[in-house]
Design a protein around this ligand. Structure first.
Ligand SMILES: C[S@@+](CC[C@H](N)C(=O)[O-])C[C@H]1O[C@@H](n2cnc3c(N)ncnc32)[C@H](O)[C@@H]1O
Length: 164
């Protein structure tokens, strides 16, 4: 969901070679790039079939059949969205997933020291392109997922870079 130009969709397709992978986004422009990448990859591999099928849809109203997916993935989408949208995404994922399915959300870690210690001016600058940052960083994501009926496991990773 929110597949943009398909980077994470293509990664998922490589991890699960047997799976049918769908990428959904509200932007026809990003989807056009994703389609072009898909055509190029298929041509390079000499494969008749594309691995990822792209759909122009809203993540909160995907139109996918209920109980039809094993995995619903949001990678770097929800930090750009208001809390109401994130709650609607989670509800839609619950509808679409089969019993025992997995909702995977990969995003910025609100508890990371880097985020916590961002200078206010830098955080304000970031908000010029990511206006819902305040809503994202104040959302209790675990509670939102539990409220929607998910058993929630959170693994916030902190990545540190060291000079070599
Ligand atoms: C940072 S990009 C995601 C990158 C992509 N998941 C990846 O890892 O390559 C965020 C995307 O979310 C999409 N998006 C935001 N709100 C959406 C919504 N309600 N429904 C579908 N897509 C949405 C935007 O159009 C944008 O392409």
């Amino acid at each position: 969901m929110g597949c943009s130009t398909g980077m994470s969709s293509r990664w998922l397709a490589r991890q699960y070679p047997e799976a049918q992978v769908l990428g959904l986004d509200l932007s026809p422009y990003f989807l056009a790039v994703a389609e072009r990448e898909e055509r190029q990859l298929a041509a390079q591999a000499g494969a008749p079939e594309r691995r990822v099928r792209y759909l122009h849809r809203l993540a909160e109203r995907s139109g996918l059949p209920g109980h039809s997916a094993d995995l619903v993935s949001f990678q770097f989408v929800i930090h750009e969205c208001p809390q109401a949208a994130t709650r609607a995404f989670i509800a839609e994922a619950r509808r679409v997933l089969r019993p025992g399915g997995v909702l995977m959300i990969v995003d910025n870690n609100p508890r990371s020291e880097t985020i916590q210690n961002l200078p206010p001016t830098l955080f304000t600058l970031m908000k010029s392109t990511e206006p819902w940052s305040d809503e994202y960083y104040s959302l209790d994501l675990e509670a939102a997922m539990s409220d929607a009926g998910f058993e929630c496991t959170v693994a916030w990773l902190a990545l540190h870079t060291h000079p070599t």
